[in-house]
Design a protein around this ligand. Structure first.
Ligand SMILES: Cc1ncc(COP(=O)(O)O)c(C=O)c1O
Length: 379
């Protein structure tokens, strides 16, 4: 056989577009359950802050402070890009901000990485995970990568967080319970007592409390991490701090847990832009505090009053977004898009389509209300 022929024969069965092709599947170097998964791909295309009012990702709708921008420019101008990241005192600053000690904190590449590391470090293939739903896609994604058996008790309008169903789902094989506080998309808050009860009932499971929206709620269990060694809290600079692009989150847990997680995180997983930006942001918390105050005490009550007036159903929310259920969500979404306002369609557990709407400042909320008013009749 010539070399050319042998190459052709070897190449023949490999058709990368044919997922039913047995030859391709048996040749995959990856675990079969990973090959069978689909990627988490949020609808990012076409989002443009110059053109759109972005109310679709629960982001801060205003730019970051001049101090953060200046710190990043200074960093660039100081010719430091060729150096590996140096985290300096960032962990201490985050600990100070939270009133805890620095050995209870680990910085991560967004809270997504914190979620991933906690699940990877605590669960083995086939372990059971309880992830109440509907909720944030990354929990399911990371649990599926580890090939966990996922129980998904459902949030409801009546009960909100399905506390009893979560407690009932706990078995000796449960290694992970996710509590999004507040939940995305519903905005549902979970009480401290409920979190403690779950942590006590499943002492061998990692209790991942996602406090991504902490600054809006001011509700935390970070003070309990030394009392409950299975408690792990994730946080982020992506939302209220307005820095999703630089990817910085952190985990709060007992010093032993933090040491174990540091064995898994890479030494440079957090980049230096994140360190520079977050350090500058933490030096001026008033930008975050003022924004949070306006969203929660002005914009949110304004929008809730509008929804009540229009008799539009929505879930009670502890965060900066509301999951709303107008009569014709598709038509309303089209009208919003035509007016350059982006929101996120999200179906509930019965398949009823709702619109999750992030709230911005007062002027942005008034614009949102004005555009919605054009398309939603007053009853
Ligand atoms: C509940 C929840 N957790 C975590 C995240 C991800 O945050 P990060 O940007 O820090 O990875 C989001 C983002 O939408 C979220 O809604």
């Amino acid at each position: 056989m010539t070399q050319e022929n042998s190459l052709r024969i070897l190449a023949a069965p490999v058709d990368h577009n044919d997922h039913d092709n047995k030859a391709v599947q048996t040749m995959s170097v990856f675990k079969s359950h990973i090959a069978a998964m689909s990627a988490y791909s949020p609808p990012l295309e076409g989002r443009d802050p110059e053109q759109h009012l972005l109310l679709d990702f629960n982001e801060r709708t205003l730019p970051v402070s001049p101090q953060v921008r200046q710190a990043l420019l200074d960093y660039l101008n100081n010719d430091r890009l060729q150096m590996y990241p140096n985290y300096g005192e960032l962990t201490e600053r985050i600990a100070d901000y939270n009133g805890i000690s620095s050995n209870q904190v680990m910085i991560t590449n967004g809270s997504d990485q914190g979620i991933d590391l906690i699940i990877r470090a605590s669960c083995r293939e086939g372990d059971e995970a309880i992830i109440p739903g509907p909720s944030f896609a990354m929990y399911y994604q990371c649990a599926k990568v580890e090939n966990l058996k996922i129980a998904e008790p459902q949030y409801t309008r009546e009960e909100e967080f399905p506390a009893q169903a979560v407690l009932d789902a706990i078995t000796p094989a449960t290694r992970l319970i996710v509590i999004a506080n507040p939940n995305n998309p519903s905005g549902t808050a979970v009480s401290r007592e409920t979190i403690i009860e779950i942590a006590k009932t499943a002492p061998e499971a990692a209790i991942l409390v996602d406090e991504c929206y902490f600054e809006y709620t001011q509700s935390t269990v970070s003070d309990l991490v030394n009392d409950y060694p299975n408690l792990l809290v994730t946080r982020t600079f992506s939302k209220t701090w307005g820095l999703p692009s630089i990817r910085l989150g952190y985990v709060i847990s007992s010093p032993d847990n933090i040491n174990a997680l540091l064995n898994v995180r890479g030494p440079y997983d957090v980049n230096q832009f994140a360190v520079v930006a977050a350090t500058a942001a933490l030096a001026h918390p008033e930008y975050t505090e003022d924004y949070v105050r306006e969203v929660m005490t002005v914009s949110k009550p304004l929008f809730e009053a509008f929804l009540v007036n229009k008799q539009i159903d929505f879930w009670p929310s502890a965060a900066n977004y509301l999951w709303t259920f107008p009569d014709d969500p598709d038509a309303i979404n089209r009208h919003l898009q035509a007016n350059n306002i982006l929101v996120r369609p999200k179906a509930d557990q019965q398949g009823r389509l709702g619109l999750r709407i992030t709230l911005g400042n007062k002027a942005q909320t008034e614009r949102l209300i004005q555009v919605l008013d054009e398309v939603i009749p007053t009853p």
